[in-house]
Design a protein around this ligand. Sequence first.
Ligand code: GLP
Length: 244
Amino acid sequence: MKNIIIKNDAIDIAFHGSKIIFEQLRKKKNSVLCLATGSSVIRLYYNIYKNFKKKKISFKNVSTFNLDEYLGLSKDHSLSYRYFMQRHFFNHIDILNKNINFLDGKSLNPKLECENYEKKIERKGGIDLTILGIGVNGHIAFCEPGSKKNSLTHITKLSKKTIEQNSDGRFFRNKKDVPKKALTMGIATILSSKKIVVIANGKRKAKAIKKSLKGKITPMIPASYLQSHNNIIWLLDKEAASEL
Ligand code: GLP
């Protein structure tokens, strides 16, 4: 049985998504979370930081890993994912800086950076809960079409489609400004998470959602690999679910 929850809109998704995160943190105060960036999760993070105190939740013992980062952007660059997380989430919760783990887009040795990231995740005992978005081409994190199921954290080339999507004005304004490469957790890294919540809203995600959930498992739709995970929730709005 696929665990698909369909909500009216992004606001309801954020509300339900926060509930899942709060439950997780109530169960395990020192949870290890894996977090996504992108427009789909902004409202979720907002809802969490607006309510965590009221709900008597603390992030003091929580550790986070983010899924990906643009290669070449420093953590202070206003379009880096590290900056996004600070602005949309970390600045507003009581997480300790030492517990925030991120791939360094400016690393002098990106390959080693990726290897070390895997080791850090392992040392923390693995990831308890991953929040995932999905690209219109079915990518997860920056695992683009063609990604292998056994891939670990690695350097990747962004697809044309992803560069196009991420330069539509929500983040970058021009294609030429979007970095062409990124560091990303691999499919195997993501699938090793004990629990996964995928968040998608809007019509532009409907095709990718259909292919990921109903299509065959294929490297061409990286999110289709998620069909093999046994503890996953698809949290969608009506539009994203409209082709199911
Ligand atoms: C980006 C990120 C993904 C994200 C996806 C969807 O390129 N690398 O981690 O899930 O694309 O983004 P959005 O929520 O903005 O549609």
